[in-house]
Design a protein around this ligand. Structure first.
Ligand code: ADP
Ligand code: MG
Length: 276
């Protein structure tokens, strides 16, 4: 990939060792005593400051790979290294954001954002200060003393991103974080996430099954096959941000990704029908 491809990508630090390396990673679930191969032969590097998107049909193992990187599940083959250490458990170097904001409804937004710091016994005044700083960065300073159910869906997801940032991770792992939002809010949230990514200088791994979302966000799009999930291809996105979804380059890439996914979606669909 050329240096020029990253000309607009301030956070990416070329020439450094990758932050995350997956080598020969596979995952076989045991269901009712039967082995169920979800992922196979995953070799992937995520650079420091890079924005990687996982794109693939439902059930192809995107969330599984993200959970393995998070240390919430263990790989059954291969290894994952993050920041030089093999991943076996969750760690503060890896922040997580899920589709449904997993904010605690009984805590205020500020308390939610700094919940991890409380677990680390950071004093209350300092936590409040950190909450103020981070909520300001995500445009939610007014919401610090509100409860999650007083916020819109988009605001709740911004609070979830803020909470993930509070522990100063090196990478954010996001599993379809905007899937439940309406189209307009989702577009805003994508812009928001790019802004956060530039400011925080973290790496991002973002799971989606939306082609447009992948193109809007990614430095590289990792396209998965249907189950068992393997990497079909990796596509660098060489377009300056913000990316205009009406531009010919955007359309051309969307067409290419649609073609790449078509067979996989057909296979995934056939399998779902067979399981039923
Ligand atoms: P995706 O996120 O791409 O939609 P997942 O990673 O959630 O796919 O799932 C991949 C496959 O692994 C699916 O067939 C799913 O049913 C299966 N799977 C996911 N989690 C588990 C689990 N905890 N136990 C058994 N099978 C699972
Ligand atoms: Mg998933």
């Amino acid at each position: 990939m050329t240096e020029q491809a990253f000309a607009d990508v301030a956070p990416k630090r070329c020439g450094q060792p990758p932050l995350v390396t997956c080598t020969g990673v596979g995952k076989t679930w045991e269901t009712d005593g039967e082995p169920f191969v979800a992922l196979r032969d995953i070799d992937l590097e995520v650079a420091r400051g890079e924005f990687v998107v996982f794109l693939g049909p439902s059930g192809c193992g995107k969330s599984t790979l993200l959970f393995l990187m998070a240390g919430l599940e263990q790989a059954t083959e291969g290894r994952i290294v993050c920041g030089g250490a093999e991943v076996h458990a969750p760690g503060t170097d890896r922040g997580l954001v899920f589709q449904e904001a997993s904010l605690y409804p009984w805590l205020t937004v500020g308390e939610n954002v700094t919940f991890g710091l409380k677990m680390q016994h950071v004093p209350k005044d300092r936590r409040r200060q950190v909450a103020q700083e981070i909520l300001e960065r995500v445009g939610l300073s007014e919401a610090i003393d509100k409860r999650p159910d007083q916020l819109s869906g988009g605001m709740r997801q911004r609070a979830a991103v803020a909470r993930a940032l509070a522990l100063k991770p090196e990478i954010l792992l996001l599993d379809e974080p905007f899937a439940a939002l309406d189209v307009q809010t989702r577009a805003r949230m994508q812009d928001f996430l790019i802004q956060v990514w530039r400011q925080a200088g973290v790496s991002m791994v973002f799971v989606t099954h939306h082609i447009d979302e992948a193109i809007a966000l990614a430095d590289r799009i990792v396209v998965f096959t249907a189950r068992p999930g393997r990497i079909k291809t990796i596509i660098p996105v060489d377009m300056p941000r913000p990316r205009d979804s009406r531009s010919p380059a955007f359309h051309a890439l969307a067409d290419r990704l649609t073609d790449l996914l078509r067979d996989e979606v057909d296979r995934a669909f056939a399998e779902q029908e067979r399981i039923k």
